[in-house]
Design a protein around this ligand. Structure first.
Ligand SMILES: NC(=O)CC[C@H](N)C(=O)O
Length: 365
């Protein structure tokens, strides 16, 4: 088996065994603390451009199945693990973790002291990294072409697709949506039209939805600045729910700012507090950016949830219009489903305020 290396931007190097694909992999090195759900994590398009370090020490023990994919491909650019299980045991498993990554063309470094690596990221923040078989051949972290920043166009669909249902019609704007978000809407009986990230307000109107969901997605939300006026117009007309990147885009569209967290929130045990009730929910999270509290216009938006660990903003609600957004993932997969009712709340918003929304829109324009 070949040796491989993780080279970090600050010059430190971690050694391991190279499994999966043996090509060069570049990305932002991040970590996820979830104890299960590696397949969902690998296939979540929000992780595009990132090298994922799994904190849980044993990976691959239940293999890979046909149910857990959150999209059609693995989106992480590389994987770092401690112990690899090569003899998985699960009735639904059809492939090993290593073969799966090889087929998907994604390099993985196994046998790494992930505790040391994670401690380093926690202390110094996320940084760029490279997985390679041949460290001498890697030239420079300054070669920006290796670290792509236009990630959403790469993961979003370019065709409009409708899933039939008898309930309200939701336009799901695809910045890199997770299948579980679509499934949650379909389970609630919605008709769902998935639309590309670059869909304009007028294009959405042609489909006449009852509500709009702005999905999760990879990268820095400010990379989508060009689309903010469209997003603002959409939210002024339709009841809107934003999830993760979608939440950040709503905040940006209304003039707030986003900032980068030191090492992100990625895991299945992030506590958030509902400001109105004081209740704490445990959530699934995966984000590196966050809406800055001071930048939120208090007259327009109220903060609905805050992170219990670092007090960062976890949710916003417009004071007048049916616009809500959450930084965490109510669809879970992987992680707890405590906040799944957010989807039901969204549908209530659609049903109760559908008529009013049009009145608001008139008044607003
Ligand atoms: N899951 C997401 O939508 C992630 C949002 C954004 N890319 C971030 O890292 O903050």
């Amino acid at each position: 088996m070949d040796k491989g290396y993780l080279l970090l931007e600050d010059g430190e190097r971690f050694e391991g065994i190279l499994i999966g694909d043996d090509d060069l992999s570049t990305g932002e090195v991040v970590f996820n603390t979830s104890m299960t759900g590696y397949q969902e994590i690998l296939t979540d398009p929000s992780y595009a451009g990132q090298i994922m370090t799994f904190c849980y020490p044993l990976i691959g023990n239940y293999g890979v199945n046909h149910l857990d994919d959150e999209s059609q491909n693995v989106h992480v650019s590389g994987v770092i693990i401690s112990d690899l299980c090569s003899k998985p045991n699960h009735y639904a498993s059809f492939q090993t973790f290593a073969d799966y990554l090889k087929n998907e063309g994604v390099p993985c470094l196994a046998g790494v002291d992930t505790r040391e690596l994670v401690k380093k990221i926690r202390n110094n923040g996320t940084m760029k990294g490279v997985i390679t078989k041949n460290p001498a051949s890697f030239s420079s972290f300054n070669d920006l072409s290796l670290f792509d920043t236009s990630l959403v166009p790469q993961v979003s669909t370019n065709v409009v697709k409708t899933y039939e249902g008898n309930g309200p019609h939701v336009a799901l704007i695809d910045y890199g949506y997770k299948k579980s978000i679509l499934n949650a809407l379909l389970e609630e009986g919605c008709k769902v039209t998935v639309m590309p990230y670059c869909t304009t307000y007028l294009q959405i109107c042609q489909y006449n939805p009852d509500g709009v969901l702005l999905s999760n997605g990879p990268g820095d939300p400010t990379a989508l600045s060009k689309w903010l006026p469209e997003i603002k117009s959409i939210t002024k007309k339709y009841p809107t729910l934003g999830i993760c990147l979608g939440h950040q885009l709503i905040a940006l569209a209304y003039g707030a700012n986003t900032d980068q967290l030191p090492f992100g929130h990625r895991g299945g045990n992030h506590p958030i507090k509902e400001i109105e009730t004081g209740k704490v929910w445990i959530t699934s999270q995966n984000h590196g950016y966050v809406v800055t509290e001071q930048s939120i216009n208090d007259d327009e938006f109220m903060i609905t949830y805050k992170n219990v660990n670092d007090q960062s903003i976890e949710g916003l609600k417009h004071r007048k219009y049916p616009i809500e957004s959450v930084q965490f993932h109510p669809e879970a997969h992987p992680g707890p489903i405590d906040t799944y009712p957010i989807f039901k709340q969204f549908l209530q918003n659609i049903n109760q305020t559908g008529e009013m929304t049009y009145a608001y829109a008139k008044e607003y324009s």
